[in-house]
Design a protein around this ligand. Structure first.
Ligand SMILES: Nc1nc2c(ncn2[C@@H]2O[C@H](COP(=O)(O)OP(=O)(O)OP(=O)(O)O)[C@@H](O)[C@H]2O)c(=O)[nH]1
Ligand SMILES: [Mg+2]
Length: 288
């Protein structure tokens, strides 16, 4: 098995997006970065601090329905302690959505105060919504606005240009295309982005990816693998052996009686993404 994955997923439009982001920054009062609650570190854009400068910043931990709730609250405290305004959301059920507007008003309280003093009635606050592809930016905006103002779909790269969405007379949100950074120092970051669907499957080797995910789930959540796939193997079993065991237990065979590990790989990724195995967060703050 080829253990090195050469993932190249930085299409030209993303470079353009970064430049545009720097321009758009001049139009907004604050930047709101949406993170995947299952991988809050890997889904953060490391360039964002340098792009945003001194603009007030907010973090949304989204997809909390798919993440381990205990770890989500640890992440919330972590980002708060770093000075961010934090809101945890599940855009499928709208959980946490109502906390966004009060959090924005708190973050930009001084600005609002100045507007009032100068007699600016209904001058809207403007926020730019940024984040990696497919993390739920457009869905989040639609939930906040209470209507489908932004196009959203379950694949990376749906939003292609910026778009203003009016929430009400006091708030405008700027939807932006998802961006990834050109190169990862850490291959594991790339894999985590692929597990969670930020990267299209056709740029990675699905079987290799699934081996890594198997290994990780086996070391962190062995009980879940036992319950879902009847996999019970000693600690330290390789990802490929775990994948084989899964295929064996499910009876996935090729015509010559070989195990169909590729089919098992696809099933594992699909079931991880749709939360059928459980709500697993792959990164915890105390491991930083
Ligand atoms: N389970 C779950 N799914 C979510 C959540 N938020 C968004 N989604 C789903 O994630 C998928 C991607 O959502 P989008 O809003 O299009 O994501 P985006 O960040 O705008 O993506 P790009 O425009 O491609 O960068 C959609 O299928 C949404 O339904 C959430 O909190 N939980
Ligand atoms: Mg979008």
């Amino acid at each position: 098995m080829d253990d090195k994955m050469n993932i190249q997923w930085y299409p030209g439009h993303m470079t353009k997006t970064r430049r545009k982001m720097e321009e758009d920054l001049k139009l907004v009062d604050a930047v709101c970065e949406i993170l995947d609650a299952r991988i809050p570190l890997s889904s953060r854009n490391p360039d964002i601090a340098s792009i945003c400068g001194n603009k007030p910043r907010m973090v949304i931990l989204n997809r909390t329905d798919l993440a381990d709730p205990n770890v989500t609250s640890q992440w919330s405290s972590y980002f708060k302690s770093q000075g961010f305004a934090v809101v945890c959301t599940d855009c499928k059920s709208r959980k946490g959505i109502d906390r966004f507007v009060p959090a924005v008003k708190e973050l930009l309280a001084e600005k609002l105060q100045r507007y009032t003093e100068r007699g600016f009635v209904n001058k809207p606050l403007k926020l730019m919504i940024v984040g990696i592809p497919n993390v739920g930016k457009s869905t989040f905006i639609n939930q906040i606005a209470g209507r489908k103002g932004a196009k959203a779909e379950n694949r990376p790269g749906v939003t292609r240009g910026k778009q203003w969405v009016t929430v009400d007379r006091g708030l405008l949100l700027l939807d932006t295309p998802g961006i990834l950074w050109p190169k990862f120092d850490d291959e594991e970051v790339g894999r985590r982005l692929a597990y969670t669907g930020a990267v299209k499957d056709d740029v990675v080797d699905v079987e290799t990816l699934a081996c890594h995910l198997m290994y990780m789930l086996h070391s962190r959540y062995p009980q879940a693998l036992l319950e879902r796939y009847k996999i019970q193997m000693p600690e330290g079993t390789s990802g490929y052996e775990l994948l084989q065991e899964g295929a064996r237990k499910r009876g996935f065979l090729l015509s010559r009686g070989e195990l169909d590990t590729e089919r098992m790989a696809r099933i594992l990724l699909e079931e991880y993404r749709s939360c059928k195995i459980g709500r697993f967060t792959l990164e915890v703050p105390n491991e930083i």
